[in-house]
Design a protein. Structure first.
Length: 359
């Protein structure tokens, strides 16, 4: 019976998240993407509140002995199987009823056919919901894996596991705090909703992102000094500063073009008279300095666990390299087509793609 419950656990969690998202108060904001009439799409944002209440519900079930804190860890394989099936069903539901593109069935299924589907008169946006359900289930998995580790080593738990969960929780809270900022990012204006995004958020995001804990939650404290964990934290927060700083600067420029970002970076731009590109601050260092930040955060998380020779802890950073470096190439092609000669000027002004002075 527990295995069946474990299989449907991600279904229940994500259904609960949808219910909270619908019922809880939310901010109503305009996004960057526009509809067929050129009007910005509107979004309801309450992700941080949904996350907090979901964690509170998980804690309440554990403290009332209704569901052990370690349940999601102990039935992680069943939960993964359930998430795989749910992600496939959702992807099929999103793709096949929609009008086919010229790319073919397989490409349509993977990349999607609909750009920005919304339901219930805009009350629910597919992309925002997907990122929200993925973030909440990821956080609950992290907490459950951590609870299992402490149950195995109650007198000497690894500080690395605690640090890893704290850093990842920071990552998730930060993302949901700045939900509106992410409406101006690549996923929202360039990608459709198909297997890549749907299955990715429902299954890959909450389960693969915990891969490092899958490999180390049952391991003892590796015995590192405070210096080790300080370095890991420094790498993580250096990455966070680059990623969050760059994304916030772009958002600020898009919404308040004349504003001096952080009171430091006066916006410098190049223009062809119709379109304008930001070339100062974070966006004058490299064309996607935010991607370097994401990779550094992942490296900091891998180091935080204290098992650098455990190959599985490096899968998460390698995934970001495999995802973001090709994405930068795709974005470069898209921007070259969109901006024309202006993009050539930007390439000359900011020659590095991701890593300053290297790449």
């Amino acid at each position: 019976m527990d295995s069946v419950i474990g299989f449907f656990a991600p279904w229940v969690v994500q259904g609960f998240v949808l219910l909270l998202h619908l019922l809880l108060p939310a901010r109503h904001v305009d996004g960057y993407v526009t509809d067929a009439e050129g009007k910005p799409l509107q979004y309801r944002l309450n992700g941080l509140l949904v996350l907090m209440l979901s964690v509170l519900a998980w804690w309440g079930l554990g403290s009332a002995n209704i569901m052990p804190y370690e349940f999601l860890y102990e039935h992680r394989w069943e939960g993964l199987a359930g998430a795989i099936v749910l992600g496939l069903l959702f992807s099929a539901w999103m793709v096949f009823p929609a009008e086919p593109t010229e790319k073919g069935v397989l490409a349509d299924f993977y990349l999607g056919r609909l750009a920005n589907p919304q339901w219930l008169n805009g009350r629910v946006d597919a992309k925002m919901l997907l990122y929200l359900v993925g973030a909440v289930l990821l956080e609950l998995n992290l907490l459950s894996f951590g609870a299992f580790h402490r149950s195995q080593y109650p007198s000497d738990p690894s500080f690395g596991v605690t640090l890893y969960i704290l850093l990842f929780t920071w990552f998730l809270v930060d993302y949901l705090t700045f939900e509106r900022v992410h409406l101006w990012t690549y996923d929202f204006f360039a990608e459709n909703v198909g297997f890549k995004l749907g299955w990715g958020c429902i299954c890959f995001y909450p389960y693969f992102y915990t891969v490092s804990l899958w490999a180390t939650a049952d391991q003892p404290d590796p015995g590192h000094s405070a210096t080790w964990y300080a370095v890991a934290s420094a790498v993580f927060f250096a990455g966070w500063a680059l990623s969050r700083g760059a994304n916030l600067q772009k958002f600020t420029f898009k919404t308040e073009p004349e504003r001096v970002y952080l009171g430091i970076f006066t916006p410098e731009t190049i223009s062809d008279g119709n379109r304008t590109l930001l070339v100062s601050g974070f966006w004058g260092i490299s064309r996607h300095i935010n991607y370097l930040g994401e990779v550094l955060m992942a490296i900091g998380l891998a180091l935080a666990l204290g098992y650098p020779t455990e190959w599985a802890v490096w899968l998460y950073p390698l995934y970001y390299v495999g995802l973001l470096f090709p994405r930068e190439r795709d974005d470069d092609v898209r921007c070259a087509a969109k901006y024309g000669p202006l993009w050539e000027q930007y390439r000359e002004r900011v020659p590095y793609r991701i890593i300053p002075y290297i790449y």
